[in-house]
Ligand binder design. Structure first.
Ligand code: ATP
Ligand code: MG
Length: 185
């Protein structure tokens, strides 16, 4: 949690290795995961280690179908059977996506696109799933659907690090809350 410009998105990018993309770097301090120093690790390495980052701003592949978006999320899976199994798992978790599988992603509603992005992230089999502002701009009913889904993922044993404006909904789900201001907790 934290005001605009507090450094929430930057914190997630630092962990996922996306800081590179913006030619940023860690000037001091370090990032540790399960006791290991991962400061400056590449985005590829982090995904391989099970850290998946859903960035701010709902970037689906607009001209592809919902299912093609999911397949892209599973690009590290080399066996067709694993892709299939991944799709089945995602459709089990998010039944709405099964109904939307042949639809063009760019024409889905904001809420549906957010569900798709979470589904796409799940295709990468995350141990830690980081989501930046999942409910931004969504109607209350859709916000509830997103949080119900996050609760489900939590129940499946996926660790979540969420940047979120709906403090109450986020804290109801969370074991820990952090408030950032001017880049500091
Ligand atoms: N720890 C930091 N050290 C130096 N600069 C930082 C740090 N954290 C963030 N910044 C810079 O501050 C600006 C805002 O950061 P960021 O986008 O992470 O904020 P945010 O909390 O996600 O804001 P919003 O709510 O608007 O999405 C960016 O220009 C970023 O590069
Ligand atoms: Mg942000």
């Amino acid at each position: 949690l934290g005001p605009n410009g507090a450094g929430k998105s930057t914190t997630l990018k630092t962990i996922s290795g996306m800081l590179d993309v913006e030619e940023g770097r860690v000037a001091s301090g370090n990032v540790r995961m399960l006791g290991q120093d991962i400061t400056g690790a590449s985005a590829e390495r982090m995904v391989a280690d099970g850290v998946v980052h859903v960035v701010e701003g709902r970037k689906v592949l607009r001209h592809m179908t919902a299912e093609q978006n999911l397949v892209v999320g599973g690009h590290r899976l080399t066996r067709m059977a694993d892709v299939k199994q991944g799709l089945e798992r995602v459709y089990g978790l998010i039944p709405r996506l099964a109904e939307l599988r042949t639809r063009t992603a760019g024409y889905l509603s904001g809420g549906e696109q957010q569900l798709l992005l979470i589904g796409r992230a799940m295709m990468a089999r995350p141990r830690l799933l980081m989501i930046d502002e999942p409910s931004l701009g969504l109607a209350p009913l859709m916000v509830k659907e997103i949080f119900d889904l996050l609760a489900k993922l939590r129940g499946e044993g996926v660790s979540l690090l969420i940047v979120e404006q709906h403090a109450q909904a986020a804290l109801a789900l969370a074991d820990h809350g952090y408030i950032l201001e001017n880049g500091r907790v």
